[in-house]
Design a protein around this ligand. Structure first.
Ligand code: MRU
Length: 463
């Protein structure tokens, strides 16, 4: 219960006293001198004022939240506190002051100020280097998508939309017919970069519909170019709201699972996070929404599958969740089973690249094994699916095209020395399809769907 009659503050802290004991309290300002009144188990309230060193602080929106958290941390073992402090110093090192600032720093894709280029964070360099690069030719945009500098279904869609706006603005065509012919060629070129994520085609078709409608309305080419920028902005802004809606639904599921004082164990595969979208991610959105609702990062423990072969889980998901202050562990993909068996996982959230009309869902290779394990251990398995990822024209997962990638990604990309014999045959599909019968529910921005998925999509007005 919140205390009254004392200074009420919205910071909690852990201070180390000169006798080596740790003291947890709350304060209005952690920069002020912290006074420790008592220390050590069973010590009397003595106002001993031991000299202290502040080793951990957390800010909350309200004093009530801070005091709840203070109460929780007081129950923590020394080891749990050590872990908390470790994460805190990791975050300090990266100078990521808060989650909002972090979202801004790692925004997957935006336009440059003069709108002549795409400005993306090069995800192939993460987590070691945060570098933004500009792309303004069709080849650069295509290569960035193909090479996974920008990746994740929604972020690929947004990049393609901005790509079409930037490239269309460069057109020297003097009439709509010529402009639209060039436009169609560019669209087909970008569409050839990756085959599985349907958001790419969805976004390109939306840009196409925008150009076509404006041409039919007799708009000037300058007006059409401006409308294309607006449409790309709209796709990006809608993506933020879609993630929020998915996050709110997912957060309700987390709340239902929350047991007193115990962090919820969440497993995720690949990266369906902020880096893969325009802000909150899809599979990570429930966690980010939980933070917005006042949960502490330690109320959740997210286990990130490393995600062979391109390590999106280890390099990207653990990076962003850890920076946001969420308790995060990375494990090799083949360790997920043991985690599930030992009761560490309460719920699983994954993203998707394309959902067929019957609910079969394509996502990063390895996702279907996670779903099979989850079924075996009775753990709820949710696919977070923006409606732009649901492709009703594809009847079942069997018709979803699966991208095959370079064998080097498996045999040598991450190693000092090649780890398989020269010339060996390599199987390297980028995605697999999880059968709809293994999916507990599909979280779309319009609502939660369960079997039969075909009917559920119709009910939510997904076309
Ligand atoms: O090959 P990638 O890294 O683009 O694969 C990404 C995934 O599989 C994601 O889970 C999916 O695109 C959803 S992103 C919100």
């Amino acid at each position: 219960m919140p205390r009254t009659g004392e200074n009420v503050g919205n910071y909690i802290y852990i201070a180390e006293c000169s006798d080596g004991t740790w003291y947890t309290g709350w304060t209005t300002d952690p920069k002020r001198r912290i006074r420790v009144h008592n220390s050590g188990k069973g010590a009397k309230y003595t106002r001993s004022r031991l000299p202290v060193r502040l080793i951990y602080t957390e800010e909350y929106e309200t004093a009530v939240q801070a005091q709840r958290r203070e109460y929780e941390i007081k129950q923590f073992s020394r080891r749990q506190k050590e872990k908390l402090i470790q994460q805190f110093s990791g975050r300090q090192k990266e100078k990521l002051m808060n989650t909002e600032q972090f979202f801004e720093n790692v925004l997957s894709v935006r336009l440059t100020e003069d709108r002549r280029a795409l400005d993306i964070i090069d995800q192939t360099l993460l987590p070691g280097t945060i570098r933004r690069i500009n792309l303004n030719t069709k080849e650069e945009i295509w290569e960035a998508i193909k090479k996974l500098r920008v990746r994740g279904a929604p972020a690929i869609g947004v990049s393609a939309a901005y790509g079409m706006a930037v490239l269309s603005a460069q057109s020297k065509a003097g009439d709509f017919g010529t402009f639209y012919k060039e436009f169609t060629q560019l669209k087909e070129y970008l569409a050839s970069s990756r085959p599985t994520a349907v958001n790419l085609f969805w976004a390109l078709n939306r840009m196409d519909a925008c150009a076509k409608a404006a041409g039919e309305q007799g708009k000037s080419l300058d007006e059409i170019k401006e409308l294309l920028y607006k449409e790309a902005d709209a796709i990006r802004e809608e993506d933020v709201q879609i993630s929020r809606n998915i996050g709110e639904i997912g957060f309700r599921l987390l709340k239902d699972l929350k047991k007193d004082g115990k962090p919820i164990g969440i497993l995720t595969h690949c990266n369906a996070g902020t880096l893969a979208t325009s802000k909150y991610g899809t599979a990570t959105a429930p966690m980010y929404m939980a933070l917005e609702h006042g949960w502490a990062g330690s109320d959740m423990h997210v286990y990130c599958d490393e995600t062979r072969p391109l390590l999106q889980g280890a390099r990207l998901t653990s990076f962003e969740l850890n920076a946001a202050g969420i308790t995060t562990t990375v494990q090799c993909d083949n360790m997920a089973s043991l985690l599930m068996k030992s009761g560490k996982i309460d719920i699983i959230f994954v993203g998707c690249d394309r959902v067929a009309a019957n609910g079969d869902a394509a996502n990063k290779i390895g996702t279907s094994s996670v779903a099979i394990l989850a079924k075996h251990y009775g753990i709820p398995f949710y696919v977070c699916a923006p409606s732009s990822t649901i492709d009703l024209k594809t009847p079942t997962g069997d018709q979803i095209p699966i991208e095959m990638r370079d064998p080097d990604e498996v045999t040598q990309m991450w190693y000092k020395e090649r780890m398989a014999p020269e010339g060996i045959d390599v199987f390297n599909p980028a995605f697999d399809v999880t059968d709809h019968s293994l999916i507990t529910g599909m979280i779309t921005e319009k609502g939660l769907c369960t079997e039969p998925y075909g009917d559920a999509f119709v009910k939510l007005g997904i076309e």
